[in-house]
Design a protein around this ligand. Structure first.
Ligand SMILES: *Cc1c(COP(=O)(O)O)cnc(C)c1O
Length: 388
């Protein structure tokens, strides 16, 4: 494939500090991971409650495997919808206070599926500037007219909705933004949607299990009803520690997705053991213990960073970003921290806007006070050695 210039493009990427490389973890997910035979303290996973390697979740997964086998064997509409899937959908509907929930094999597929099942050329989709790529891609694929509004800004949304003339108007937003950790102003966005007769879709991948009185996420925290947010999407791969996703809503919505969402119809169902495990994860996420530990860790980290004079983005969720600006600086910080035994990823464009490369520090209930102290120490050392 020489004539396609792949090697040149890759070299250019490397030169711009934009090259992406994978680590291989030689251990389970957790606060301490093994890489290249050595231990690192990890502040990078989305396993915010420490459930990915929780003994009760593993036990449920094992019993799911024994009772229902390793694979679902088919898509949900053919013969891949098993008892654990059905039970999990019911539990998720009750968790989110909605008529029904529908499982997808991933959050990416859920977002692609929802938007495509509901919108076409004659419709319009309005997206927060910092929305997750899967929402954006869902919008592009649907062929609906696409419009992005300024991050977290209901006035900017109202302005673009003023000129809207599509048949169906869908407003899509992350609940908790994945790279910034801030929470969307949902009551204000919902009010704008009501004014313009638009429908609000919230992707709460980073809110579910993390915020809200029972861990039900941004909507619970901010007190939004199903009629204000008819479309709620959440994932099982983050705080719930597994994989997969769900859409929760009313009967007609879910039936429409079952009929029309191509990324639901034309893909294999989640392994049933994952659904069995998710039922137990969900139970653990609903009890306050792990969430309280996570929030104690968040406060400890925020206070420590403040004492060091490190300015974080304003976030009260598990994602605590330290903006460094250019990609080279972010990479240098990440590498320096790694040499001190800390695994903290540098997030660069195009995942975040140009000039806002950052460390995305992700905290978990599985961290203890000492882990957080070690991270703060390492950040302080790094600041002495590198530009901020
Ligand atoms: C991770 C994420 C997704 C995708 O979920 P997967 O299950 O990992 O495919 C969607 N939306 C947001 C906001 C996310 O952070």
């Amino acid at each position: 494939m020489n004539h396609w210039g792949l090697a040149d493009a890759l070299a250019q990427r490397r030169q711009q500090s934009l090259y992406r490389r994978r680590l291989t973890l030689e251990s389970a997910q957790g606060p301490v991971v093994t890489v290249d035979g050595g231990s690192l303290l990890a502040f990078c996973s989305n396993d915010y409650l420490g459930l990915a390697n929780h003994p009760d979740v593993i036990a449920a997964c094992k019993s799911g495997l024994e009772n229902f086998g390793a694979g679902a064997g088919a898509s949900h509409l053919i013969s891949g919808h098993l008892t654990p899937h059905e039970a999990l959908e019911n539990a998720l509907a009750s968790f989110t206070g909605r008529e029904r929930a529908l499982l997808f094999t991933s959050g990416y597929q859920a977002n692609i599926g929802i938007i495509n099942a509901l919108l076409g050329e004659q419709d319009q989709v309005f997206q927060d500037y910092l929305n997750h790529a899967s929402l954006l891609d869902g919008g592009f694929l649907s062929r609906a007219r696409h419009c992005r509004y300024a991050h977290g800004d209901p006035h900017a949304l109202a302005q673009v909705l003023e000129d809207a003339d599509g048949q169906r108007l869908l407003v899509a937003t992350d609940g908790v933004f994945s790279m910034d950790g801030d929470i969307a102003p949902l009551p204000e966005l919902a009010a704008v949607c009501e004014r313009f007769n638009a429908c609000l879709l919230v992707d709460d991948a980073h809110g579910i299990g993390v915020i809200g009185k029972t861990g039900a996420g941004s909507l619970e925290l901010l007190g939004l009803s199903p009629s204000q947010v008819p479309l709620l999407m959440g994932t099982l791969g983050k705080a719930l520690g597994l994989m997969g996703a769900f859409v929760a809503g009313d009967e007609d919505l879910i039936e429409t997705l079952i009929q029309n969402a191509r990324s639901y119809i034309y893909t294999t169902a989640l392994p049933p053991a994952i659904a069995s495990a998710a039922l137990v994860s969900l139970g653990l996420a609903r009890t306050p213990d792990l969430r309280e530990k996570l929030h104690a860790n968040i406060r400890q980290f925020q206070q420590g960073a403040q004492q060091l004079g490190l300015v974080l983005l304003p976030s009260d969720t598990a994602v605590q970003p330290l903006i460094l600006g250019d990609s080279g600086t972010a990479m240098a910080w990440s590498e320096e921290l790694c040499s001190q035994g800390m695994l903290v990823p540098a997030i660069r464009p195009p995942t975040v806007p140009a000039g806002s490369a950052r460390l995305r520090i992700a905290l978990s209930a599985a961290h203890d006070e000492n882990h957080i102290e070690q991270l703060l120490d390492a950040l302080n050392q790094t600041r002495g050695r590198l530009p901020l």
